[in-house]
Design a protein around this ligand. Sequence first.
Ligand code: WTA
Length: 632
Amino acid sequence: MTNYQIKTFEDYQEAYKASVEDPAGFWADIAGTFKWHKKWNTVLEWDFEKPDVKWFVGAKLNITENCLDRHLKTRGNKLALIWESNDPKERFIRYTYRELHEKVCQFANVLKNNGAKKGDRICIYMPMIPELAIAVLACARIGAVHSVVFAGFSAASMADRIQDADCSMVLTSDGLNRGAKQIPVKRVVDEALQTCPSVKKVIVVERLGWAVNMVEGRDVWYHEEVVNAAKECPAEEMDAEDILFILYTSGSTGKPKGVVHTVGGYMVYSQYSFSNVFQPEESDVFWCTADIGWITGHTYLLYGPLLNGTTTLMFEGIPTYPDAGRFWQVVDKFGVNIFYTAPTAIRSLMGAGEDHVLSYSLDSLKVLGSVGEPINEEAWYWYYIHVGKEECPLVDTWWQTETGGIMISSLAGVTPTKPSHAAFPLPGIQPVLLDSDGKEITDNEVEGYLCMKFPWPGMIRTTYGDHERCRLSYFSTYKGYYFTGDGAKRNKDGLYRIIGRVDDVINVSGHRFGTAEIEEAINHNKHVVESAVVGYPHDVKGQGIYAFVICNEPPRNVDHLRAEIVETVAKKIGKIAKPDKIQIVSGLPKTRSGKIMRRILRKVAEGDTSNLGDTATLLDPDIVDEIVKGAL
Ligand code: WTA
């Protein structure tokens, strides 16, 4: 589709070599295919120690002109966005590039009419309705920084994120559909805003037609505002290094951090990675099942496909409503050609059997993708055989919120694949495996810490409001490298296999949580004195959450207490973070210096207590017996 879509393995090898030998020249060529108001003075300036990374220095542009305006001449009547409702009986919505352009301009004018301007931070807390996609692009149109908060997070989590970014506006909806449930979204916003004085305006999109509380002078209905909004809105000129968005993600310590991505580099990398990994052709329909509240939704539901002029599909519902055939029904209905989902969805659908898959025609499928967590071989084969009919290349794409786009993956049908291997780095990506002394591992099949030794355009620039935290989290463990937090191996052919996180981050159904963050939430329960959380292998979710909890007095009713703790976590973080197992204990295995030995807790949670290692250094070794006996 673009001049830079790699078509053969030899081309890949050549592009890779060129990208390492002359990174600036390599990326300048690709960037040259975009619309810039002014070209860059320098392609790249970087220093991983500070860290300070700048791409396309001095260039001016607006990303939405590249997503929309640029296509109007040649693709104006082509579908840009297809939206499918939660309810299969409700009519779908389709926008051509021209229509989407108009919708985005109108929303942008509504933002402006309500006082938003370049540089403002705007929190978007909306379900998967077309207005969510439109709102994100509308922010980018006027140069406001979007901070999308997944609509499953609690009021407390939203408030933290709004305060951290000092947002002046919230874009939301009256409510949302999720399978058979309807959830009052605006009520959550109202609760969050009790502690967010910076928010001056709330724009509410009608989805359910519910009567909601509207605060005089603060809250307005989108459908009332849009009546007065012009259908043209000039795109704000942005510097390549201006912030495009903030997206919060969990690390091993403290509260979630606001990962910052900037306009120019993110644009170039999201389009380049999209086009090369998925190999879309002009008439293809691409469906990424992720919510726009996560990075996968940002880069591969929205920006990547639109930058590429591809038709992208957005789905409001869940894979199992009204039944476990819903995904395949949608593929059939719209003739989806490229399908990108998470292993956890595959595993849950696998459990429902093959009949659902067989009920629909999946003939349109050409490429399958996986993201978010390691895909186990069983799920890989099920996906490849039953969904892809052994004819669709399956790309296992490894990347992170911080990387902006896919880093290690095969290119569909172009480079080799191997089950459970993310395979090769994309051109421009220079991964290394380090040992615990920070030395590069050159041997095959040895596990190491996965790091990057050279910048790429889509990489994180800072953590919002706290640059030192960015340095400490990613650039201080191994001097001169970006540290991913993952462990990986490389085989003799150079294919990477991602093992998983090596820090205190757990990955539950493809969602990232810090164990400390969940412990902090649990400790808010009035019966809890202290807690420790670890991940354990879970058949569907990848990892489950196992909490060890010390109470201030022996609970009278353990089930009741567990339910209360789950409720506390749902309130503090969101239902997506609730522990799967809660074991009440009288103490935790601590060293004499007070450090919890998580290694032991992990073993207990995994159900592998045969060899707990040396427990002699513990303050109270007897506690281990109690914990093992009470394991769930
Ligand atoms: C994990 C999601 C194995 C990994 C795009 C990473 C994966 C974290 C894969 C980032 C994969 C993501 N194979 N592990 N294909 N993709 N991960 O920020 O541990 O939500 O560090 O970004 O998910 O999660 P995040």
